[in-house]
Every structure is written in C-alpha cells, then in structure tokens.
Design a protein around this ligand. Structure first.
Ligand code: ATP
Ligand code: MG
Length: 285
C-alpha cells in the first residue's frame, strides 16, 4: 500500500449546500444508476453545481476527512465514534487525477472501496449491531455506486480501466464532466454500450435564484422584500448577469458584499450589483 498520505477530499465548499430542483433530478439519476448498475453520464456547463451535487449524494464531506484515520484510537485510547449517517453511505466519489494512469485509478478506487467498506462496518457495529465481531463478520460490499468527477480528464486507457472496474465490481458508475463528454465516450463503443442514463445538468431557474438570494440577503444582514422595487431590480440584474450559474452567483454576491463593507452600505441596489459585475471575469458558460 502506498504510504504517502492520500487526499481524496479535493475541496469542500465553505457555503452550505442547498437542495435545488436540479439536485433532486440528479439524485433520481444516481438512484437509477445505482439500482440498475448502469453507467450514467452527467454533463453541464462549468459552475452549475455538478461536483457539489456528486459530493452531496455520496455524503463525501462526511466520509472523505475520515478515510485515512477513522480506525485510529482517540486521545483517550478509545475507538473513535463515527457519525451515525455513515451507516447509510453506499457511494464513492472519485476525482479523476489530471495525469491519472490506469494503474493509479485502479489503486485509488481499490483503496477507497476497502476503507469505506471497513468504515461503514465499524459504524454499523457502533450504532446498530454492537454484538457483531468485525474479525469474523463477512460483511457485504456496501459500495453500490461510484461517481467519477472530471471524467473528461481520462484518456482511452483510463476509460478502459473504469469499464473494467464497473464490470468487475458490479456497481453503478457515473461519469461527470463538461458538455461534450458524451461524444468523447461514444468513441469507446464497449463502454458506451453500457451507458443507461444521461443527465443534462441545467442551470438554476429564476425562482431558484430568488430563493438562493434570500439566503444571501440574510447573510448580508438585510432582508429581501419582493414588494420593494430596489430589491426586485437588484435581483433581476443578478438573474441577467449570472444566467443561473451557481458559481457566478456566489462570486458576484461576494464581490458586492465587499463593496458594501468598504462603502458602509446597507442596501443592495442594481447599481451596486453592476459595479460588482465589472470587476468579475465572466467566461463562456
Ligand atoms: N447545491 C449547491 N448549494 C450551494 N452552493 C452550490 C451548490 N451547487 C453549487 N454551488 C456553488 O457553486 C460553485 C460551483 O459548483 P461546482 O464546483 O459543483 O460546479 P461544477 O458544475 O462542478 O463546475 P465545473 O464544471 O467547473 O467543475 C460551488 O463552489 C458552490 O459555491
Ligand atoms: Mg466540477
């Protein structure tokens, strides 16, 4: 086993996760891939929330920080108490490395699968079946779905490796990537023939942006009033600038909150939003 410290967490978002309509659709897609053990392909523009949704479905913010250390004893020499929610985990989230050889992909997935299965067994013993003995218990494989983020980084051999993992483990497999990944996959007929579901990850709807902005307004210590013309105008301007892109909404809000702080302002106006927009680099979405 590679002794080097692994980091499968990549990043965790500082903002709380919001269960949008698109996330609900994405969850149904994941459930179907898991149930029928198909390969699924999820694609969408940058910043719409694909990675966040994949991590949320796999409860990755709960699992990833514990993968390397859950079995270690705590400072008083006792077994570490695992969160109860771990007993309900059944997915593995994997970010394709930029230069991932098939061997590395195989080793990483094997390591994660082994550790997460062990962790779930421990959690089941701690919370549900304290009489079970981990040494003699032939526990089932808990991992039923592997979500592969940044899948478009894979080369031909990488995709072959994923196909082999899917066939061997008999799990559902989801590739998340940029729009166009479905064409990239169609160049691998054997892999493509295993694709059962395709999910087009859409940007946020107008109503959802309004819902998210309510949170943002609260965070900034003010409240969003739909009957107030200034608020409605500012919201309309954010909807127009961001076109439902989650990442842009966060960046724009961050930018105008800075401006509010610097200028000691308490009201969010259309002019403030547009000034904030000028300092953002908005790429092609
Ligand atoms: N459901 C959500 N709740 C709260 N914030 C979210 C949610 N989805 C996305 N975000 C915000 O949008 C940002 C971009 O999301 P994410 O990284 O998931 O996009 P992506 O579609 O994977 O983009 P890329 O194609 O560039 O990888 C996140 O860092 C987060 O701030
Ligand atoms: Mg992403």
């Amino acid at each position: 086993m590679n002794k080097q410290k692994k980091d499968f967490q990549s990043y965790s978002c500082p903002t709380p996760f919001l269960a949008t309509k698109e996330y609900r659709r994405f969850s149904e897609f994941c459930n179907a891939c898991q149930k029928y053990r198909y390969i699924g392909v999820c694609f969408g523009s940058p910043g719409v929330g694909k990675t966040m949704s994949g991590r949320q479905y796999a409860k990755w913010d709960l699992i990833a920080p514990l993968v390397d250390s859950f079995y270690k004893l705590d400072s008083s020499g006792n077994n570490r108490l695992l969160p109860k929610d771990i007993t309900k985990c059944n997915s593995l989230f994997y970010t394709t490395p930029v230069s991932g050889t098939p061997g590395k992909i195989e080793r990483d997935i094997h390591y994660l699968q082994h550790r997460i299965n062990w962790m779930i067994d421990e959690a089941i013993i701690q919370h549900e079946q304290p009489d079970k003995d981990l040494k003699t218990w032939e526990s089932p494989d808990h991992i039923e779905l592997i979500i592969v983020d940044e899948a478009d980084r894979s080369k031909q051999a990488g995709f072959e490796q994923f196909r082999d993992i899917h066939d061997r483990l008999g799990v559902g497999l989801i590739f998340i990537g940029m729009r166009g990944i479905e064409k990239q996959l169609s160049r691998h007929p054997q892999l493509y023939s295993r694709v059962g579901f395709v999910h087009d990850f859409r940007p946020l709807s107008q109503e959802e942006i309004q819902f998210i902005l309510k949170y943002k307004w609260d965070e900034l210590g003010t409240s969003l009033d739909p009957s107030d013309f200034t608020d409605t105008e500012a919201v309309a301007s954010i909807i127009r600038i961001t076109a439902g892109n989650f990442r842009l909404i966060h960046r724009l809000c961050l930018q105008f909150s800075r401006l509010m702080e610097i200028n000691e302002m308490t009201i969010i106006t259309k002019e403030l939003v547009e000034t904030a927009r000028k300092s953002l680099v908005i790429g092609i979405m």
